[in-house]
Design a protein around this ligand. Structure first.
Ligand SMILES: [Zn+2]
Ligand SMILES: [Zn+2]
Length: 361
């Protein structure tokens, strides 16, 4: 099958033919219908998140189950599934506590060998998935069946960006009706946070990015204000918009840099909550004034995969899409072929797209 492999830091992905392993007893084979190209793929490609080369990238996909191992119980052939980039085993302590985003089986699933390249070397798959391929052999814990006619290009987005962002608002922060929300970064995940805040009933949603490109798309998704970081200090601009109080909930959805986190903390109101949604560099640190933390009683939260229980939330987000309360169609900027995946990284770096989605493998 054809797949796009990460072979060296900074280099283009290699599109090549590989031989996947046959599904083990608890594995399933999924034919991919759509795969989003996410910023986290770029973070591995450019070395921000160090990973061993020899890996099919891609972790945001949807498709159809075409084969199952003998002991598989969670899905069957013909099921429409969305891939979960953190497995949900259903039996570990986090899973039993409704926190499948912290599932203990994550590392084991991620490290599994998934097949052989033409030169005989083995390969792994990003997060145990590898959606930049015609098909993927995955642990049954890594897929969630959904029942819907929502098109696959939109379902794929639920696998990462949408669940991360909407979940950050609904699960991690639990945005309350009437809240003031600020979101730093209006890429695919940031716009999903924005939609989550809108669904939660926030009265004011301040979208923040650099430049004017994201003004139209963020306001079309429900932002009530847009702050251009190139037109002055974003913290000062948010303070001005909120009568000097700051926002109840601030989401940092860029790359988790110390500067962005300091801005997020700075624009959080007294007693408010700041949520770091982005995937930061592994060696990153963030310094805050301990006196300010005491005095202002702010809450700082990490957010992994939107604190999602995927077996509950994937269908929930599908239902919100079917009823028009979640707009995923607007987030698909381009349909591309697998061969164009390297160009999609360029488009992402030039900030031309919310999401490029591979729909032809
Ligand atoms: Zn992602
Ligand atoms: Zn688990």
């Amino acid at each position: 099958m054809r797949a796009a492999l990460f072979l060296e830091t900074g280099g283009d992905l290699s599109i090549e033919n590989v031989e996947p392993t046959a599904p083990g007893p608890r594995d399933v084979l999924v034919q991919l219908e759509a795969s989003g190209v996410c910023h986290s793929d770029l973070s591995i490609k450019n070395g921000f998140v160090p990973m061993m080369p020899g890996m099919i990238l891609g972790h945001e996909g949807a498709g159809v189950v075409v084969d199952v191992g003998a002991e598989v119980t969670k899905v069957k052939k013909g099921d429409k599934v969305i891939a979960s980039f953190i497995p949900a085993c259903g039996v570990c302590i986090p899973c039993l506590g409704d926190k499948s985003h912290l599932c203990d089986s994550e590392l084991e699933v991620m490290m599994a060998g998934r097949g052989t390249r033409a030169d005989g070397s083995g390969y792994t798959a990003m997060t145990g998935l590898g959606t930049f391929a015609e098909a993927m052999t995955v642990n049954q814990s890594s897929v969630v069946k959904v029942e819907t006619d929502v098109p696959f290009d939109q379902l794929a987005l639920i696998g990462c960006g949408v669940t991360t962002g909407v979940g950050a608002a609904l699960n991690t922060a639990k945005v309350h009706p009437g809240a003031t929300v600020a979101i730093i970064g209006c890429g695919g995940v940031g716009l999903s946070v924005l939609q989550g805040a809108r669904i939660a009933g926030a009265s004011r949603i301040i979208a923040i990015d650099q430049g004017e490109e994201k003004r139209a798309v963020s306001t079309s998704q429900g932002a009530t204000d847009y702050v251009d970081g190139l037109q002055g200090d974003p913290v000062a601009q948010v303070m001005q918009l909120t009568s000097g109080r700051g926002a109840d909930y601030v989401f940092e959805v860029t790359i988790g840099s110390p500067e962005a986190l300091a801005q997020a903390y700075g624009m959080t109101r007294k007693g408010g909550t700041m949520v770091m949604v982005s995937m930061p560099r592994m060696e990153g640190q963030f310094a805050i004034s301990t006196f300010d933390l005491f005095y202002s009683e702010k809450t700082i939260k990490g957010c992994k995969y939107g604190s999602a229980q995927v077996r509950r939330d994937f269908q929930r987000f599908v239902d919100l899409t079917e009823t028009g309360r979640l707009d995923l169609g607007n987030m698909v900027s381009r349909h591309i072929k697998l061969d164009e995946v390297n160009d999609a990284f360029g488009a992402m770096e030039r900030r031309e797209v919310v999401r490029s989605v591979i729909t032809s493998f």
